[in-house]
Every structure is written in C-alpha cells, then in structure tokens.
Design a protein around this ligand. Sequence first.
Ligand code: THU
Length: 135
Amino acid sequence: MSQSQNTLQQQALTVRENAYAPYSNFRVGAAIRAISGQVYTGCNVENVAYPEGTCAEAGAIAAMVAAGETRLTEVYVIADSPHPVTPCGGCRQKLAEFATGDVVITMANLDGAEERITLADLLPGAFGEHHLDNS
Ligand code: THU
C-alpha cells in the first residue's frame, strides 16, 4: 500500500467512527483526495425519514466542494462488511461529477480486504455533460 493510500485509509477509518447510522448500524467512512492533495472526509448520516439519509461519499464530496475544490484524484471507502463496500449508484454519479474515469476507488472492509476499481468501470455509460448538448 502506498503512503498516500495509507493516509486515506487512516482518515476514512477515523471519520467512520463518527458515522450516524442508528437505523442500519452500518457505519461507512470515505476519504477523497482533491487535486490539491488535500484530503476530505465524510461519514454516512442517517435520518428517521430513511430516504433523507446521506452516504459517506456524499459527505466527503460536500466537504471538498465547500472548501473550494471541484476535482478529485483518489477515493477510499471503508465499512464493516464481509466484502469491501462499493459506492451506491447515486454516489457513483456524484463522484463522476468531480472525477475522470481513470480515478481509482479503493473499497475496503475492517478485516483488511481491499479492492480497487476505476470510476469508469464502476459507472459504465455514465450520464455526462455531453448528454445535455442539444445544439
Ligand atoms: N452507505 C454509504 O454511506 N456508502 C456506501 O458506499 C454504501 C452505503 C450507507 C448508506 C446507509 O446509511 C448505510 O450505508 C446502509 O445502506
């Protein structure tokens, strides 16, 4: 594991501790590296009105954008699951807004299992800006 991945892993693990998941009891931490090198983190935040809950990735993306950055280069997601946790469909689209297809997403669990996949492979046929071009 590279030094930068180690940092992302540590930060994702740390922020996961703050996950608010009283309904699913499934705590998720996400760390994303922006193009500046700065790391932003997020955890899932559930709500008694279930659809209002937000994913860890969404929180990390919001923190990045709030800090004035809009390009990301690396993603790490961790949860206590039998298999490394994959971003949900909505989060794949959210990541695609701020990342190119070659960005690597590392998915991990607490047992040390890790899987890496590019965003292009996670979200084939992504809806993109080019679809809006009707001129
Ligand atoms: N969740 C995330 O935060 N990220 C993922 O990649 C998968 C799912 C959250 C949403 C919900 O709070 C809980 O995990 C169970 O689905």
